[in-house]
Design a protein around this ligand. Structure first.
Ligand code: ZN
Length: 700
């Protein structure tokens, strides 16, 4: 649904993943007997860890750690793990997610066979999604009711209730609507209207005029036309309709804020009354929209980007109804494609999988259905997951590490030469107020109001989307419930929420290579410890620092300290802007600033926390404490390095450089260690080595 203002450890969900991974289903099948399932390929084996907890065969010891530490930490893994044909990239996160998904697969097969009544809903959902034969037999039929409603639209004044209906089931036409804490009073949820309505991953795709962008747009329009043809349009109709839809998306994109601007909370916070919103968009009947979505009474809302909504109103006023219908039809089929009949799935994959990200083959059906079940019923599936994959030891260990990391960050802040005592005091108030959430929610989501019907995959998906939409709507005007999670337990990721001032670590990431109960502490601190440090420092990055201990958008910095912060942050902007993503494409230093700051601060305080726990292993301790030939400090750095090994197709690298606030694995490793004198010492690098930057950047 609506993008939340959170800082995750890796990219949460690609906009294109709306197509490839999010279930917006369609389907049929009445038979209770399970369809024939192809045997699942063997899942990736858990990494073979040495006594230190490192995966030694991931390393390339022939490389020089001081010249290219990423190569040293990862080239063994990289050589053994080419990108599978059904992926656009493959890294340690994906490897772990595959293992988690295999656990989910077993859970779902059991649930689908009806052997576990507690998990009937996830079993029915999964079995319905798997039944391709029944889905294919229905063709585009399941879309008929929606397409008829679009055809019946007789005036722009009637657009609002139709948009409300589409939003409810997950078709995000024109804009996004949801709930979010009020930036200026983060204890209360308020309605949020945000930019949206695009099919491509970001507004820049519509406006950039380099050759690749122009080519992709042509492929995209062709894709829209092909989808239209699958719905029955003739060749010329399909082409005309695609141009019409593209013209609307382009107009929306041109009035949308770019990704860097959206990092500034002040640019996406505009509290308005209903009447003010209505005045911005005269032709769109907001009262009819609000009654259509079934929200509680709305008196005020955050209209994130007023200019966007003003342009939306003008667009509705100026665009012929037939053209609006073309756009709505396209968005409906687009949102449903992944779970429609095979021709839709294949065409959808051809553009969003192959053209946009370089994947060669569609992922096996069961893998897609596991993912859709996690998206739609994640806290039911996650309950089963944590029973088998996350024990009390892992939770206790992680909590201990979190407390050690918090203590290290406190020490770090207290010792900062560039920050004055006044701001330090406020920073420590904020640090102490951070709440730690580990593994899974204290209270599981209650899905009893959600109906899952065996054999109705599309209906299941639409009802799941409606369940989630209504769950968000029901929050409006109520106190913020900080115990809720925005990621499911099996997810290999983590996040900091600036509006709630809490850090969240799903059980899915607290596994090897990030954390292992049997690993030496050094490697766990370099992996899971640095993830924790990363999330903690997000509270103090270019975005997070603008919110106070309670999550309110409030400046607690003295002007001089803010200036010092910005000067130091600029060092990261310049450093990462110098890194190449692919071909002529460089990283965007401003887009990635928050994540790069968090990586740099995270590893530093992870090392501090490790050394605080093991003071005897300080840098001078010598080889006596070596394991697998590496000193404790070296193992902390290798623990960090080895979680970032990855292979990425060029198409995906190009896309991520444009939309991903995180840097590629190579730069997350080398960009960080080359800023750390501790690394130079640990590996005895010469002063002129490539991994020793002349101008070392540091904020935390
Ligand atoms: Zn992050």
């Amino acid at each position: 649904m609506t993008r939340r203002l959170v800082s995750a450890f890796v990219l949460v969900a690609l906009p294109l993943a709306a197509m490839l991974t999010v279930a917006q289903t369609h389907m049929t099948a009445q038979q209770p007997s399970a369809p024939t399932r192809p045997a699942a390929p063997a899942p990736p084996a858990p990494p073979a860890l040495s006594s230190s907890g490192l995966q030694l065969d991931a390393l390339d010891k022939s490389a020089d750690a001081c010249t290219d530490f990423y190569q040293f930490a990862c080239d063994g893994w990289i050589a053994k793990n080419p990108v599978p044909p059904d992926r656009s990239g493959y890294g340690r996160f994906d490897e772990l997610q595959e293992r988690n998904n295999d656990t989910l697969h077993t859970i779902l097969e059991t649930a689908a066979a009806g052997r576990d009544p507690e998990f009937k809903k996830i079993g029915d959902y999964y079995a319905s999604c798997l039944d391709e034969t029944a889905i294919d037999a229905k063709g585009a039929g399941p879309l008929d009711p929606l397409l008829k409603k679009i055809a019946a639209l007789s005036s722009a004044r009637d657009l609002a209730p139709l948009v409300a209906e589409l939003h409810t089931i997950g078709v995000n036409v024109f804009f996004q609507f949801g709930s979010q804490a009020d930036f200026k009073d983060a204890s209360v949820e308020m309605a949020l209207a945000d930019q949206g309505g695009l099919g491509l991953p970001d507004r820049d795709y519509y406006v950039k005029d380099d050759a690749k962008s122009v080519e992709l747009r042509a492929q995209y329009v062709d894709h829209i036309a092909k989808m239209s043809a699958l719905l029955g349009a003739t060749g010329d109709q399909a082409k005309a309709s695609a141009q019409q839809a593209m013209a609307i998306e382009t107009a929306l994109a041109k009035s949308a804020l770019d990704a860097v601007s959206r990092r500034d909370p002040n640019k996406v916070y505009h509290k308005m009354s209903n009447a003010e919103l209505q005045a911005l968009t005269p032709p769109f009947m907001w009262n009819r929209y609000f009654s259509g979505i079934g929200s509680p009474p709305i008196y005020a809302l955050n209209v994130a980007e007023p200019e966007f909504f003003k342009a939306f109103g003008q667009l509705v006023a100026a665009t012929p109804l037939d053209q609006i219908k073309s756009y709505l039809r396209w968005q409906v089929v687009h949102a449903s494609a992944a779970v429609l009949a095979k021709p839709f799935v294949d065409e959808n994959f051809g553009f969003f999988g192959t053209a946009l990200t370089g994947a060669k083959e569609l992922r096996p059906r069961w893998k897609r259905c596991v993912q859709y079940t996690d998206n739609d019923l994640g806290e039911s599936l996650g309950q089963a997951f944590v029973k088998v994959a996350f024990g009390p030891q892992a939770k206790a260990d992680t909590l201990k590490m979190v407390h050690e990391l918090e203590a290290a960050l406190q020490t770090d802040i207290e010792g900062l030469g560039w920050m004055t005592p006044t701001t330090k005091k406020e920073a420590l108030v904020k640090l102490r107020a951070i709440a730690d959430k580990i593994g899974y929610p204290d209270h599981w989501r209650d899905y009893s109001a959600l109906t899952i019907v065996r054999g109705d995959a599309l209906g299941n998906s639409q009802r799941s989307n409606a369940f989630e939409f209504h769950r968000q709507m029901a929050k409006i005007g109520k106190p913020v419930d900080k115990s809720l999670w925005q990621m499911t337990p099996p997810t290999v990721n983590a996040y900091y929420d600036p509006l709630e001032n809490n850090i969240n670590f799903p059980a899915g990431i607290l596994q090897p290579p990030f954390y292992s109960a049997t690993a030496d502490a050094a490697v766990n601190f370099g992996g899971a410890g640095a993830v924790i440090g990363h999330e903690l420092t997000h509270g103090f990055d270019d975005q997070g620092r603008q919110f106070d201990a309670r999550g309110n958008l409030k400046d607690w910095w003295t002007p001089a300290d803010a200036k010092s912060f910005e000067d130091r942050a600029q060092c990261f902007v310049d450093e990462y802007a110098g890194f190449t993503a692919v071909d002529e494409v460089k990283l965007n230093g401003k887009l990635t600033l928050g994540e790069n700051t968090a990586d740099n601060g995270g590893l530093r305080i992870a090392l501090m926390a490790y050394l605080a726990r093991n003071p005897s292993s300080a840098l001078a301790a010598g080889p006596s404490s070596a394991l697998d030939g590496f000193t404790p400090e070296q193992r902390v750095f290798l623990g960090w390095g080895q979680v970032w090994c990855e292979n990425v197709r060029p198409e995906r690298a190009r896309m991520l450089a444009q939309i991903n606030p995180h840097s590629p694995g190579h730069d997350r490793v080398n960009g960080v260690v080359s800023n750390m004198p501790e690394f130079q010492k640990a590996f005895a690098c010469k002063a002129d080595a490539l991994m020793v930057r002349k101008n070392q950047c540091r904020v935390w």
